[in-house]
Design a protein around this ligand. Structure first.
Ligand code: ARG
Length: 458
């Protein structure tokens, strides 16, 4: 018979036992569940609601159960529906009547919300650690890149040369904001629902502040209906995961491109590549592709929970049982993606020569040639048109703008002098972009300091 057997005459149908159970998912929350129960029992005793003997028996019994689950020596029964009932039934089998007093002034509704919030906090913490690890790896790669330049792109077309370090630090900034979103998700989960009971609070003199503090929550949720029925803290976590996954997916896409024969900018280490079962020559960037692919799952998890929550009246509804699978999946997926990405970034080989070699195509100096004219008095719009015409000539001749003869420049404008060749120097082009946040070495060094400050603060 289920724990609510009193009101029922028939046992639940076998098909619904498994259908209604959340045990396969929430059994992973046993530590949170036991911590919550111990805090609750301790508070019940402190308030004189149960005896100190009962409290001691409950806490010792729960410790024993935790040790058994840790050791893989606990047999879960799907008929118990969820982790809360599994543990409570087993506790009562072990310690008798005292076990039946644990649930005084509590409902599974505030219990599951408590467990889930504790789990969400732990997941957010873990992801924050992972996030810092990847940021450090990217910063190290940026430091190692020195003066290496590559064609900066827009629309995947050569645009202007940039420092490779600058390109990598762009991802560090995305991840820095991701960290902020994870911290916000942690803060959202950091409020205790325990004591809300089923939906309305209870008649027992519970001390909610006491259980909140015992469980490490920074505050108590002020409305019992809100406490048991909202899962926005999980949405926050899944949103943080989704945006971070999208950022990792963008970097993955670059890795796939950069490691292709066409680009050849990086070579992935063997440890982070795979071969083909038929083509002996293949070395594939599978793991970057997989991170890109898993992003769909993570975003799907977020959308699933948004849909689950959208039509729910107050307060608890069983739909909410569908909250944990996606949240755990999103967080665990991200945890793996961050670890794998870190491994890829710290072991790839950068082919600086190849990055430079491809830059003789694409007229990367065109903007600077236009600036050359503008700085000699020609309105920039006019300069843009003059250089556009030169690019057209270069295209027709099948060369880069920097390879056109000086006479062609002079014919286009008498403002061109021999020194125009200076405008073709890719390193000088990079060095000239000294704007704050720009790609010049000095500006990147400034940026690097801000990156370090953010790392130190997080
Ligand atoms: N297994 C449930 C869940 O995960 C626990 C809460 C059930 N409460 C209830 N009244 N049915 O949401």
């Amino acid at each position: 018979m289920a724990l609510w057997g009193g009101r029922f005459e028939e046992a639940v149908s076998e098909v619904t036992q498994e259908f209604g159970a959340s045990l396969p998912i929430d059994r992973h929350l046993y530590r949170q569940d036991i911590a919550g129960s111990k805090a609750h029992a301790t508070m019940l005793a402190a308030q004189g609601i149960i005896s100190e003997e009962d409290r001691d028996a409950i806490c010792a019994g729960l410790d024993g159960i935790q040790a058994d689950i840790d050791a893989g020596a606990f047999s879960f029964d799907i008929n118990d529906e969820d982790i809360h009932m599994s543990i409570e039934s087993e506790l009562t089998r072990r310690i008798g009547e005292a076990g039946g007093r644990l649930h005084t002034g509590r409902s599974r509704n505030d219990q599951v919300a408590t467990d889930t919030r504790l789990a969400a906090k732990a997941l957010a913490k873990q992801l924050m650690e992972d996030n810092l690890g990847l940021r450090r790896a990217l910063v190290e790669a940026a430091d190692a890149a020195g003066d290496t330049i590559l064609p900066g792109m827009t629309h995947l077309q050569h645009a202007q040369p940039v420092l490779f370090a600058h390109q990598l630090l762009a991802y560090v900034w995305m991840l820095t904001r991701d960290f902020g979103r994870l911290r916000a998700a942690f803060d959202a989960a950091d409020a205790s629902p325990l004591g809300a009971a089923a939906l309305a609070g209870t008649t027992y003199p519970l001390d909610r502040q006491m259980t909140a503090e015992a469980l490490g929550f920074s505050r108590v949720i002020e409305n019992s209906l809100d406490a048991v029925s909202d899962r926005d803290f999980l949405l926050d976590l899944e949103y943080a995961c989704s945006v971070m996954a999208v950022h990792l997916s963008r970097l993955s896409e670059e890795i796939v491109l950069w490691s292709s024969q066409e680009f050849g900018f990086i070579t992935l280490s063997d440890a982070f590549s795979t071969g083909s079962s038929i083509m002996p020559q293949k070395k594939n960037p599978d793991f970057a592709e997989l991170i890109r692919g898993k992003t769909g799952r993570v975003v799907g998890d977020l959308v699933q929970l948004l849909m689950t929550c959208k039509g729910l009246p107050l307060a608890y509804n069983k739909d909410l049982q569908e909250d944990k699978e996606g949240a755990l999946d999103a967080a665990h997926t991200l945890d793996q993606c961050l670890t794998v990405m870190r491994g890829m970034v710290s072991t790839w080989k950068v082919n600086a020569g190849r990055m430079r070699a491809v830059m003789h195509r694409g007229h990367l100096a065109a903007t600077d040639v236009a600036d050359y004219l503008a700085k000699r008095g020609m309105p920039f719009r006019e300069a843009h048109a003059v250089v556009g015409h030169l690019v057209l000539e270069a295209e027709k001749a099948g060369c880069d703008i920097s390879e056109l003869p000086i006479e062609t420049f002079r014919a286009a404008s008498d403002l061109f002098g021999d020194d125009v060749v200076g405008a073709f120097d890719l390193d000088a082009i990079v060095a000239a972009r000294t704007t704050r946040g720009g790609t010049a070495r000095a500006a990147v060094a400034e940026q690097r300091r801000a990156v370090e400050d953010a790392l130190a603060a997080d």
